[in-house]
Design a protein. Structure first.
Lengths: 228, 510
């Protein structure tokens, strides 16, 4: 039996769309039309994943997430809209796993769901993460592209490693800065982050102006694409 | 001062008669009595012509007395033994009265024509001043200063404000002890279009006169003149001038008000045009993809069995493409609304041009498939302080235009470089290009170039681009390429353009 997914969205159309398509992919669907109902449902039904709309009529997304996170680590994917990047970042920084912008393609949503479920299962990370033609050997700290070793500086490697461990998930600027530079002054470190992403792209991407591995999520952060 | 001046004619008459008497006493004997009598008429005539009744009658009396006393025997006595001298006194008196009357009438005529000339000059001057002013407050100010300068009455101009209130819009010459304007009288005059106040049939007890500022049948406002006790001119004497000033003022106020109304009408006609363009464009741009979606879906529901796998896929792709087109339209419409309503807030952070281009390419990867995209960025291009989400929208709009207006296999050249603190980004295509003179117009809302009419679009994309770029303190222009196609040029200040609009965050969005 497939994973149980709770959809918290006040729009009947969206719930119906997700029910039909996700059930066709073998998932079991639970539905809530309000934030408070969604929080209760997480407690009662113990879903494996929650899809949470940020535009709920009763509670705002951050509040629903906070209430869920008080006692549950269930992966949460938020449904956002364009021009709402500030709230999306806030929700991601306070523990949502990923986001997707409405309107979205089903393939994209399925990929996010799979990645979130995989990370939630705490499957021991593969010792070698392969994205596209790049292989990152986490045990030996070696990165290869098409079999050729790429030389990375320690910070470049740390940055790539954080992204590789979270392959497929979006990481906000804050999350990346915190994991690579620690609790440094964020403004300064955000500047480094941009510079090092540029360096990394030059080394791992075929065409750094049209990146296919390290993707910018405008206004949010970066994502290492997951090809599995 | 006025008292001393009143004495002057009498004193002068006395002196003149004294002088004449002395003179005649010296040469007297050689003159006959009738000559002397005639000479004594001189001061009477003079004072009558110069000073009017009082002094002339006084002169007549004094002359007869002097004549009788000094020259009629018995000398140095007032014995009026001869009745003849009573007759000469009567003659003197009638000469005095007649001359004084004539002189007075003449002087009044002169005074009147002088006053009339001054009034005409004043009106002419007022008229000139008013045509020189183009704004209502300026004109009102000119009127009240002028009226006060000419008539020395305190003056108010009362205009109807919103609702049925009447408000004083300009005033001049008020003293603290003056009565204020009575709003009820103003309203009465405004409603009836008749004069009221002092010396008229209505509200005659007030110390002011209320004159309607009337053009044809429309009352534009009320001119109020206050009376002052020590000014010894009455409204009634200057009524013609007051009416003329009121007429002139009314015409000027009407001119400004009509101008304003015409401008309002023009504006509302313009916004009406814009609204129609918006409705046309949006209804077309929304209905076309909706027709695609509804048609495809109903086709699939109703003919499910008859459709082959390939047909079904065709319809599904139609639905997807139509929906995406609607999504683009909605994004642009929202962007426009946000720009126009001033709700746009820039969340600036340090961004690489290459990064933003990458995002745009990714969004357009399907669209760009059939074009050759040639990117060349300056090696050490400094990062920009911009709202990356918005600049990406600009890039997406510009790039999708480059695709939309060119044919498959066409080349799109993207260049970026820095010069003197300004980042220069150009996107050049080999598409249908622009007519001369369209370079600016394509950034207008809803403008579609002649040649672009066949290709679907709203005419919003570039307008939004311009709005976003300018909000960043940058400039976006279009150039006709020498061969074929268009080059869009974006110039952005590297340091973030401090002169740009407010509402910007520094640092990263959070």
């Amino acid at each position: 039996m497939g994973a149980r997914i709770l959809v918290v969205d006040d729009e009947l159309q969206i719930r119906r769309l997700l029910r039909v398509t996700l059930q066709a992919h073998g998932f079991t669907l639970l539905e809530s039309a309000t934030g408070s109902d969604g929080v209760v449902c997480v407690g009662m039904e113990r879903p494996d994943l929650v899809i949470l709309d940020l535009g709920l009529p009763d509670l705002d997304g951050t509040e629903v997430l906070r209430q869920i996170r008080e006692w549950s680590q269930v992966p949460v994917i938020v449904l956002s809209v364009r021009d709402n990047e500030a709230e999306t970042v806030a929700v991601l920084d306070s523990g949502a796993d990923d986001y997707i912008t409405k309107p979205f393609g089903m393939g994209e949503l399925l990929a996010r769901i799979r990645v979130a479920l995989r990370h939630a299962a705490h499957a021991p990370c593969e010792p070698v993460v392969v994205v596209g033609d790049v292989a990152i050997d986490l045990a030996r700290r070696i990165v290869e592209k098409n079999g050729q070793t790429i030389h990375l500086t320690p910070i470049e490697y740390d940055l790539l490693k954080v992204m590789a461990v979270n392959a497929g998930r979006v990481l906000t600027h804050h999350q990346l800065v915190k994991q690579v530079w620690g609790d440094q002054n964020f403004e300064a470190a955000a500047h480094y982050l941009r510079v090092y992403i540029g360096h990394l792209r030059k080394k791992v991407e075929n065409d750094p102006t049209r990146p296919t591995l390290i993707i910018t999520e405008p206004g949010i952060g970066y994502r290492l694409l997951d090809f599995s | 001062m006025r008292i001393t001046r009143l004495w002057v004619p009498y004193l002068a008459t006395t002196l003149a008669i004294g002088l004449l008497t002395t003179l005649l006493l010296r040469v007297g004997p050689s003159f006959q009595l009738v000559n002397i009598a005639l000479l004594f008429l001189l001061p009477v005539l003079f004072s009558a012509a110069r000073w009017g009744f009082g002094p002339s009658i006084y002169a007549a009396a004094l002359s007869v007395a002097a004549f009788d006393y000094f020259f009629v025997p018995p000398f140095f006595s007032f014995s009026v033994s001869d009745l003849r001298y009573l007759i000469s006194f009567a003659v003197f008196l009638s000469v005095a009265i007649l001359t004084a009357t004539l002189a007075l009438r003449l002087r009044m005529q002169v005074d009147q024509s002088r006053q009339r000339e001054a009034d005409t000059a004043a009106l002419y001057d007022l008229g000139r001043q008013m045509t020189a002013r183009g704004d209502l407050p300026g004109i009102l100010e000119a009127i009240v200063t002028h009226v006060y300068g000419t008539l020395r009455f305190p003056v108010w101009i009362v205009l109807p404000a919103d609702g049925d209130r009447m408000t004083v819009s300009a005033k001049a010459g008020q003293h603290p002890q003056d009565d204020g304007v009575d709003e009820a009288v103003c309203r009465w005059v405004y409603l009836h279009g008749d004069m009221a106040g002092h010396g008229t049939g209505q509200f005659a007890q007030t110390k002011q006169i209320y004159v309607p500022l009337k053009t044809e049948d429309v009352v534009r406002g009320v001119l109020v003149l206050g009376m002052r006790d020590h000014v010894n001119v009455r409204f009634t004497e200057r009524l013609r001038l007051i009416e003329a000033i009121a007429g002139l003022s009314a015409v000027s106020i009407a001119r400004i008000q009509l101008e304003k109304e015409a401008q309002m009408a023009r504006l509302s006609a313009e916004s009406e045009l814009l609204r129609n363009a918006l409705l046309d464009s949006i209804s077309h741009e929304l209905r076309t993809p909706l027709a695609g979606i509804i048609g495809s879906v109903t086709g699939m529901i109703e003919n499910a069995v008859a459709l082959t796998e390939a047909d079904r896929n065709d319809l599904l792709f139609t639905i997807r493409d139509s929906a995406m087109r609607m999504n683009r339209l909605v994004t642009n419409l929202l962007g426009m609304v946000r720009l126009e309503s001033g709700m746009l807030r820039l969340h600036r952070r340090v961004c690489d041009v290459s990064d933003m281009l990458g995002v745009a390419f990714r969004q357009l990867q399907d669209t760009l498939q059939h074009r050759v995209v040639d990117v060349s960025l300056q090696k050490d291009l400094p990062p920009l302080q911009v709202d990356d989400v918005l600049i990406e929208q600009v890039l997406v709009n510009v790039l999708s235009n480059a695709v939309k207006y060119s044919s498959a296999g066409g080349r799109i050249e993207i260049r970026a470089a820095e010069r003197d603190g300004v980042a220069l980004l150009t996107v050049a295509d080999e598409g249908i290009g622009l007519l001369e003179g369209d370079e600016e117009k394509i950034f207008d809302k809803f403008y579609r170039a002649e040649a672009a009419q066949k290709i679907p679009g709203t005419g919003l994309g570039l307008a939004i681009c311009r709005g976003i770029v300018e909000a960043h303190g940058g400039v976006i222009t279009a150039e006709r390429r020498s061969g074929q196609g268009v080059m869009i040029v974006i110039r952005m200040p590297i340091d973030g353009g401090e002169a740009s609009n407010g509402g910007q965050d520094t640092g990263c969005r959070r």
